[in-house]
Ligand binder design. Structure first.
Ligand code: FES
Length: 682
């Protein structure tokens, strides 16, 4: 099509810069479509949906070489007047399907009228998401039936979708088919359909149908299904806005805290896998209802669900016995992405025809959660060598740059999420999340979630009266252990000193070991919160596994240092880089090169939910990621043992040494410390 006939008025669209000449009388929506300008429409130009709003600009535009006269567009017509009277059009706006070209004109397409708009980044760590969802609403006018030319209502709906929306190969599940005839007649032969497009082919499926023009919105759930927690974001599929987020503990914990104990449960108890599958699906259904209530929507408006999860959770969600994942060669039933019906997973709190997309797995121990991190953080597009550590019960670790990307998972156990810690708890109001210990007085101060004050600030007691001080969450225990080391209360082997050795009565004897008293709330009926030798041991095990995994990838890459480190995970945003390095969770790096990506797996899930292109991208990306298997790699054990020391037995930490001097202390308490023992894979 040619748009360069200078006899016709020139239409210039911003921000795209696309331009072309169009005959007088051409609707702006038509010009936009012909030029490939991103201008939304649900009603197909019938003046019903208002999605096509544009802002014409008038006056001199030297940059574009045009002058736009006041009469460059046709006057308001009755459709716009009616719409403005009933619903209100923002000042300066026109409906693109009603306003027609009269003369040269500059047309701005506001973000909310763009289908493929970029979701605004709220924080630096948020990834930009270009909206390209699989499910859209379409309004269609369907030809009435004719006795003399018999065709089914569904077939005529298919013709209408093809003619009015250029959509082909449409199917409808039986429950939608059952409501089709009623909707068509009630809507006087107009309906709105929620149409889902398969990302691998051009097939379309009708997920729901409403008589006439449907004003409502459609939503999707992005779910990060972790071993310990299940986090979900209810997202508006038109603009990518997160309407509500919530997390719950994974109820499978009662079958085993770590993944391998869940696999063992399935092996030793016939039907155990089914029990675990039922439990997790019930939790997801409850979470879905909770989110829908919070956002004030109907579960029926949830049209899509995207899952990211590790391989064991992946199999248990799908109802596949995970037994093969418990033994070499750790074969997955399938590593490909999956597109399913929600009913196949017994998801009852969504639209009955909702579609599910499960991200692909990288390998037997490196799952769809790692793939989601790769989608979000894109190590393969980084010029410098980046180490990405997604901290959870199982750590997903990626190392790479534009030349190569490696991945492994490492069995950290749930200590970083506050489990297996004597005063540990989930990150929730009242949990200690920040800790400082004065190196001279050895006195602590801390902050709890839900209060911005430190515990020694005036007003702290009043500010925390409602939540109380209830325990320590993952970031709090990391800081506590690192602060104990910096204050000289903990030696490099991970042993805590006695009151006599350290000069503080806060070191309390506990059997043959010692605990550090962080907070004593017993006078007001609150808990006594200590960091015990057992807690230190649990953190040592977790951080050694994490570091050993990272080191293994560095060996494979042939490097001794990385350019930058990205901390990810549900609480990755809250981990202090300095404390993580003092602890030796991550390899030494310049502190300003250690950043947080927040919940990268969750972000990857949202990207896949909002963008068909992202689904295609991750399917090809996972094929290029080289998996390193920690479970059978002998060097893992060696790295694990060396990483047991705080920060490390052998690896130098020059960047850390430049900013922190760690006290040279040694406490031989005679207490057992079995941190050198390798933990089981979780
Ligand atoms: Fe629906 Fe213009 S396209 S009102």
């Amino acid at each position: 099509m040619s748009f360069d006939n200078p006899q016709y008025p020139l239409v210039i669209f911003t921000p795209s810069g696309k331009r072309g000449h169009f005959a007088a009388g051409t609707p702006i929506l038509t010009a936009a479509r012909q030029l490939g300008v991103d201008l939304d429409s649900v009603c197909g130009g019938r003046g019903i949906c208002s999605k096509c709003q544009i802002t014409p600009s008038y006056g001199e535009f030297p940059k574009h070489g045009v002058t736009v006269a006041e009469n460059a567009l046709t006057d308001w017509n009755s459709v716009e007047e009616r719409y403005d009277r009933i619903r209100g059009l923002p000042k300066g706006r026109r409906l693109g399907c009603q306003a027609c070209v009269q003369g040269d004109v500059v047309i701005d397409v506001p973000p909310e009228s763009q289908v493929h708009r970029q979701v605004v980044r709220k924080a630096a760590s948020d990834r930009a998401i270009v909206m390209d969802p699989a499910t859209h609403l379409y309004y269609v006018e369907v030809t009435e039936p004719d006795m003399h030319e018999p065709t089914g209502d569904f077939e005529r709906l298919g013709f209408a979708l093809r003619d009015q929306w250029n959509v082909d190969r449409v199917t409808a599940p039986l429950p939608v088919m059952r409501r089709l005839q009623g909707a068509l007649r009630k809507g006087n032969w107009t309906v709105t359909v929620a149409l889902h497009k398969g990302h691998r082919d051009d097939s379309h499926r009708i997920l729901d149908i409403w008589p006439g023009f449907h004003e409502g919105r459609i939503y999707g759930l992005a779910i990060d299904l972790g071993s310990t927690t299940i986090a979900a974001h209810l997202t508006d599929l038109r603009n990518g806005t997160v309407k509500a987020s919530a997390g719950v503990m994974n109820p499978q914990i009662r079958f085993g805290e770590d993944l391998m104990s869940r696999v063992s449960y399935a092996m030793m108890n016939p039907g155990g896998d089914v029990e675990m599958t039922t439990a997790v699906r019930e939790a997801i259904n409850a979470l879905s209802v909770e989110l829908a209530n919070e956002a004030g929507i109907e579960p029926r408006d949830i049209m899509e669900v995207v899952f990211v999860c590790n391989p064991v959770m992946h199999h248990l969600l799908l109802g596949i016995d995970p037994v093969e994942l418990g033994q070499a060669p750790f074969a997955l039933a399938t590593s490909n992405s999956l597109s399913l019906d929600a009913t196949e997973l017994n998801l009852t709190s969504t639209n009955p025809a909702a579609r599910v997309f499960v991200l692909p797995c990288i390998a037997g121990h490196v799952g769809a959660d790692a793939a989601a991190v790769a989608l979000s953080e894109q190590p393969g597009k980084s010029e410098d060598l980046v180490l990405i550590v997604d901290v959870g019960t199982n750590a997903e670790i990626l190392l790479g740059n534009t030349t190569r990307v490696l991945a492994c998972s490492s069995p950290t156990g749930p200590a970083f999420e506050g489990a297996q810690i004597s005063s540990g708890q989930r990150a929730a109001p009242g949990a200690i999340e920040r800790v400082e210990i004065d190196p001279v007085s050895k006195e602590p101060r801390f902050r709890v979630i839900g209060c911005d004050l430190w515990s020694d600030d005036p007003g702290f007691a009043a500010a925390t009266a409602t939540t109380g001080i209830t325990g320590i969450c993952g970031s709090g225990i990391i800081e506590a252990v690192a602060e104990l080391r910096m204050a000289g209360l903990l030696d490099p082997r991970g042993l805590m000193g006695s009151a006599g050795q350290t000069g503080t009565a806060r070191m309390i004897p506990e059997g043959r070991t010692h605990s550090y008293l962080l907070h004593d709330g017993s006078a007001t009926g609150g808990p006594v919160i200590t960091v015990t030798q057992g807690d230190i041991r649990a953190i040592q095990l977790a951080k050694s596994a994490l570091y050993a995994g990272a080191r293994l990838l560095m060996d494979e890459m042939g490097v001794d240092q990385v350019d930058r480190v990205t901390l990810a995970g549900a609480f990755g945003a809250h981990i202090s880089p300095k404390h993580a390095m003092v602890l030796g969770m991550i390899p030494d790096a310049p502190l300003d090169k250690v950043t947080s990506a927040g919940n990268a797996a969750g972000t990857g899930a949202r990207m896949a939910l909002c963008s068909v292109a992202a689904r295609t991208e991750i399917e090809s990306t996972v094929r290029q990621i080289h998996k390193v298997e920690t479970a059978i790699e002998p060097r893992f054990q060696e790295h694990f043992v060396n990483a047991n020391a705080i920060p490390h037995a052998t690896d130098p930490f020059p960047n850390l040494a430049a900013i922190v001097t760690l006290p040279d202390v040694s406490f031989n308490t005679g207490g057992g410390n079995d941190a050198g023992r390798r933990r089981r894979r979780t």
